[in-house]
Design a protein around this ligand. Structure first.
Ligand SMILES: Cc1cc2nc3c(=O)[nH]c(=O)nc-3n(C[C@H](O)[C@H](O)[C@H](O)COP(=O)(O)OP(=O)(O)OC[C@H]3O[C@@H](n4cnc5c(N)ncnc54)[C@H](O)[C@@H]3O)c2cc1C
Length: 326
């Protein structure tokens, strides 16, 4: 397929970005690794492509005076992977970043673009007028669905494609979003929407809004985190299954837990029941097995993806068991 024609602008300040976004069918361009493919494959349209790459202030990672860490939306995935503070204090994020795509894509792709990327369902990305494109049929339901969701699907069965989003949700991150009318802040989980809420949207961003930063809460003593990804092949690939964990361990017990699954659902999937099972308990075999089973509560596999239920259970079990050494 060929690239459609569009106007390309590269404003020098955030203030100048908003009028461009307000004018017609405009799209934000950060690293372009997802956007350009979507335009070429006609998944998205654009009359104007608005590059935010000149906004240097969006590329910074800094520790704020209250101890939280602010990551500008243009920070590249490779920067997150290699950042000393993130590797030490927020390992789930650095590990998730290291699992994204290939080195070339990590050098070019940004954290903002990673959170706002479009899903990878082959029907959605292909020439099918599916429910996510405003059609009346989900082709994955009766089609090839081994990589689709087992939780949270209704009318559309995509999985959320990001490795970074589940890690941020486990870490309790929030997002700074700017629009022409001002700035708002939301927990990262509130960025994503299920098909039953809005089948043609993946995020709660309003037209004309820009994701400007990710904010990590101060790293408190006793918290540990990790991200583990399983993929179908050894080289770069999107997740078949992934789990982000953040655990507060005190006196040999789990005082608080956050468990978020990747590639299970159309959004990063928080396992509240499994978190309840763990809270106040030591990580013995029985507790871990009960938590892994609870993580799959409500799972409804499609014809070809029942294997994911056991895969996720095994993944959660293995990852929780690894925390016994802390
Ligand atoms: C071959 C391939 C393999 C990949 N594998 C993985 C993987 O294993 N795991 C994974 O997590 N990801 C994977 N990705 C996705 C990759 O990480 C993303 O493409 C990348 O992070 C997007 O960043 P970008 O800056 O290039 O975004 P762009 O392509 O510039 O933008 C992506 C989308 O986000 C919007 N957007 C960008 N920045 C903002 C902003 N600040 N505010 C509001 N909207 C914005 C754009 O309008 C566009 O719709 C893969 C991509 C490719 C092409």
């Amino acid at each position: 397929m060929s690239m459609p024609n569009f106007t390309y602008v590269r404003p020098g300040s955030l203030r100048e970005v908003f009028p461009h976004l307000a004018a017609g069918d405009a799209r934000i361009h950060a690293g372009g690794t997802d956007l350009l493919g979507c335009l070429r494959d006609k998944v998205l349209t654009a009359e104007k492509v608005v590059s935010i790459s000149r906004l240097e202030e969006l590329g910074r990672i800094e520790r704020l005076t209250n101890g939280s860490v602010r990551i500008g939306a243009l920070a590249t995935v490779a920067t997150l992977e290699n950042h000393e503070l993130l590797r030490k204090s927020y390992p789930a994020l650095a590990q998730a970043a290291s699992e994204v795509a290939s080195p070339q894509l990590r050098n070019q792709g940004t954290i903002g673009g990673n959170l706002c990327q479009k899903p990878r369902c082959w029907y959605y990305r292909g020439e099918f007028h599916c429910t996510r494109k405003g059609g009346t049929r989900c082709f994955a339901l009766a089609g090839e669905n081994e990589y689709h969701c087992i939780l949270g699907g209704r009318g559309c069965y995509i999985v959320h494609p990001s490795d970074i989003a589940p890690a941020l949700a486990a870490l309790g991150a929030s997002l700074e979003i700017a629009g022409a009318g001002g700035t708002r802040r939301i927990p990262v989980e509130k960025l994503f929407v299920l098909p039953e809420q809005a089948i043609t949207k993946e995020t709660t961003l309003e037209p004309g809004e820009v994701l400007t930063a990710v904010l990590l809460p101060p790293a408190e003593p006793g918290w540990h985190s990790s991200y583990r990804k399983v993929r179908a092949r050894g080289s770069w690939d999107f997740a078949l299954a992934g789990v982000a964990l953040a655990l507060l361990l005190q006196g040999g017990k789990v005082a608080q837990a956050r468990i978020v699954l990747a590639a299970a659902a159309p959004v990063p999937w928080r396992c509240s029941e499994a978190e309840k099972v763990l809270t106040g308990q030591s990580l013995d075999d029985e507790t871990i097995a009960r938590a892994a089973a609870a993580a799959m509560q409500g799972a409804r596999p499609l014809r070809d993806n029942g294997y994911k239920v056991e895969l996720f259970k095994g993944l959660v079990e293995e990852e929780l068991a690894a925390y016994r050494r802390n």
